[in-house]
Design a protein around this ligand. Structure first.
Ligand code: FE2
Length: 186
C-alpha cells in the first residue's frame, strides 16, 4: 500500500535510483511514472556518437540497471530481445520509433509501431517478442532504459545471415551517481 510520501514526484536521478532500489517488483513501474526530472539532469551523462547510439550506465545494482541511451540522428538498433528481464523505456527528449515483432511460422510479424514522445513510458519483455528502436528524425534524442534484472547479453538479429546471434552488452560510459552502484564495464 503506497503512502502519501511515495506518491511524490521524483525530481533527480539520484532519487530515482534510490526509489527504484527501495521498490518491490510490483512497484517498479509506479516509480518510473513519478519521474519529473529536468532534461538538463540527463544531459550531464550524455555522450554522442555520429549516426549511432551510446549506452551510458548511470546505475547498476544486483536487481536492476539504469542506462541513458543517446540517439544521434538516424541511429537504430537491430531487432533484439531482453534476456528474460523486464525492460522499461522512458522517452527523455526527442522522439524514437519502437517497432515490435513476433515470430509466426518463421516470419516476423509487426505487432506494434509507436512514436515515443517526451515523457512516454513503454514496457517490453521477451514474452511480447522482439523490438527495434530508431531515431528517424534529424534531431538527437535521449531515452532512459531500466532493466530488472541487469542484462548482460541479448539475442540480436543479424539481417545479413538471417539469424539471431548472442551479443554481449557493453557501456560506452559509466557514471557512479550512487556510491552503492557497481559498474561492470567489460
Ligand atoms: Fe530493447
Amino acid at each position: 500500500m503506497e503512502n502519501k510520501i511515495t506518491m511524490l514526484p521524483i525530481t533527480s536521478i539520484k532519487k530515482l535510483i534510490e526509489s527504484f532500489d527501495d521498490a518491490e517488483p510490483s512497484q517498479q513501474a509506479g516509480v518510473l511514472k513519478r519521474m519529473d526530472i529536468e532534461i538538463s539532469e540527463f544531459e550531464k551523462y550524455a555522450a554522442w556518437i555520429d549516426a549511432d547510439y551510446s549506452r551510458n550506465c548511470i546505475a547498476r545494482k544486483e536487481g536492476f540497471e539504469i542506462i541513458l541511451i543517446c540517439w544521434d540522428q538516424k541511429a537504430k538498433t537491430p531487432m533484439h530481445d531482453h534476456d528474460g528481464q523486464d525492460c522499461w523505456v522512458v522517452q527523455v527528449s526527442g522522439t524514437v520509433v519502437e517497432k515490435r515483432f513476433e515470430i509466426n511460422d518463421g516470419k516476423f510479424d509487426l505487432t506494434n509501431e509507436a512514436y515515443l514522445k517526451e515523457g512516454d513510458i513503454t514496457y517490453m519483455n521477451d514474452r511480447m517478442g522482439f523490438h527495434t528502436l530508431e531515431n528517424n528524425t534529424n534531431s538527437r534524442a535521449m531515452t532512459l532504459h531500466v532493466y530488472a534484472n541487469p542484462i548482460e547479453k541479448c539475442k540480436v538479429y543479424n539481417e545479413e545471415k538471417s539469424q539471431f546471434e548472442v551479443k554481449e552488452l557493453v557501456y560506452d560510459t559509466v557514471h557512479k551517481i550512487d556510491a552503492l552502484s557497481v559498474a561492470l564495464n567489460k
